[in-house]
Ligand binder design. Structure first.
Ligand code: CP
Ligand code: NVA
Length: 302
């Protein structure tokens, strides 16, 4: 593995290897650790806001012996129109790796190609692979290694966003049952469903059908970064997909609610549900650190 650009580009075996290493690194935290990034400088190139991703990468790279530079595109020439392929060829001669949060997936792909250094997708409009690895790690901690195999996982709300797409690719690669529920206009289009070609992924406009007998119920903001102008129109259509106590009454006993955060209480999730499931939700946030240390360790071997 040279880059982490998407869940789509990983194999099931690679996901399993990352999860196993993530568990090991979490157990070892606080002990003397291997320093595979010793002497390395990694750039964090961010065009969008971040709390969890930025901090978990800065801490994780430091714990693995590396040094980080936080580069906001507001301050870079990239933000004034310098092409990504020129930025990549410059930074590739100075940095040992890059973590990129931006809009277009193609920009992360181009950066990897032109920089020739390990490149990690820290969220694009297309995918959020680091979050899905942390979520799978959390699921395995709660329910056991490989427990997703015979599980129904639901994702409600803006299911064709970066989180929904990464969950879809994870379902394709690992084979678990994924039920997506959202308004008709937000369901994945036929093109992506044909590309996935995964009978274990179902789409419905019926929230109850998706949540019935599900063990893990995911949601995410209805308004992803960059979509702020769609706020009013989107919110009206999405309220039937709010994760609330009544909806969860049809879920599997012992279910968990996952949210990648930040959460918008009273919209995609109610306050009482978020607080009732805070232990899993904040564990997902912590596991960003451990999952990403696994990614960084494996990329350092390439
Ligand atoms: N979940 C997530 O990526 O959080 P941040 O936007 O705070 O990085
Ligand atoms: N779908 C959200 C995820 C935030 C971590 C967004 O892109 O804003």
């Amino acid at each position: 593995m040279k880059n982490l650009l998407s869940i789509e580009s990983l194999s099931g075996e690679e996901i399993a290897e990352l999860l196993e290493l993530g568990h090991q690194l979490k157990a070892l935290r606080g002990e003397p650790q291997k320093q595979p990034l010793s002497g390395q400088s990694w750039g964090l190139i961010f065009s969008k806001s971040s709390t969890r991703t930025r901090v978990s990468f800065e801490v994780g790279i430091g714990e693995l012996g590396g040094h980080t530079l936080f580069l906001s595109t507001r301050d870079m020439q990239l933000g004034r129109g310098e092409p990504i392929k020129d930025t990549a060829r410059v930074l590739g001669r100075m940095l040992h790796g890059a973590v990129i949060r931006t809009y277009a997936q193609q920009d992360v792909e181009d950066f990897a190609t032109y920089s020739e250094i390990p490149t990690i997708n820290a969220l694009t409009d297309q995918e959020h692979p680091c979050q899905i690895l942390a979520d799978l790690l959390t699921l395995e901690e709660i329910y056991g290694r490989g427990a997703w195999k015979n599980m129904k996982i639901a994702f409600l709300g803006d299911v064709d966003n970066n989180m929904g797409r990464s969950w879809m690719w994870a379902a394709k690669k690992l084979g678990f049952n994924l039920a997506l529920a959202g308004p008709q206009q937000a369901l994945p289009n036929q093109k992506i469903l044909a590309k996935l070609d995964a009978p274990n992924i179902t789409c419905t406009t019926d929230a109850v059908e998706a949540v019935r007998c599900a063990t893990v119920i995911n949601t995410d903001t209805w308004i992803s970064m960059g979509q702020e102008d769609q706020k009013g129109s989107k919110e009206r259509a999405f309220f039937p997909y709010q994760v609330n106590r009544e909806l969860l009454s049809v879920a599997e006993p012992g279910h968990s609610v996952f949210h990648c955060l930040p959460a918008y209480r009273g919209y995609e999730i109610t306050e009482d549900v978020l607080e009732a499931h805070a232990s899993a939700i904040f564990r997902e946030a912590e596991n960003r650190l451990h999952a990403q240390k696994a990614v960084l360790s494996i990329l350092s071997r390439s």
